[in-house]
Design a protein around this ligand. Sequence first.
Ligand SMILES: [Zn+2]
Length: 138
Amino acid sequence: MTTGAELPAPVPEVQPETAAFWEATSRGVLLVQRCTACGTSVWYPRFLCSNCHSSELKQVEASGRATVYSFTLTTRGILEYKDCGPYVLALVELEEGPKMLTNIVECDPETLSIGQSVQVVFHDTGAGSALPRFRPAA
Ligand SMILES: [Zn+2]
């Protein structure tokens, strides 16, 4: 069973602190923030560092590589996902450090494992943004 190829891509609600992130996704670029005061990489986009509360955050391009931290096979979605078949909801740990809630697509959930290498893919929302999801790395 391969899942996730036909997941919906709902349009995100863009906030001032997330605008640069969503704009970058439309170009196939995954951004994280890096605190210039303490060096922590931060995701999701925000105004203050999650470690030291500095406002000195700069946008940096992430590698797009991550590992599966945890996952579940969702068999019954809600809202935009209510008509989807089974799909994988996962927490991945980006190479830069932060963890991201996402979907694993183009995969057989039976072969997916914690610690597995995954790579970002972008699913266009059709509204100037794209949802970062991950697939098993080649
Ligand atoms: Zn910091």
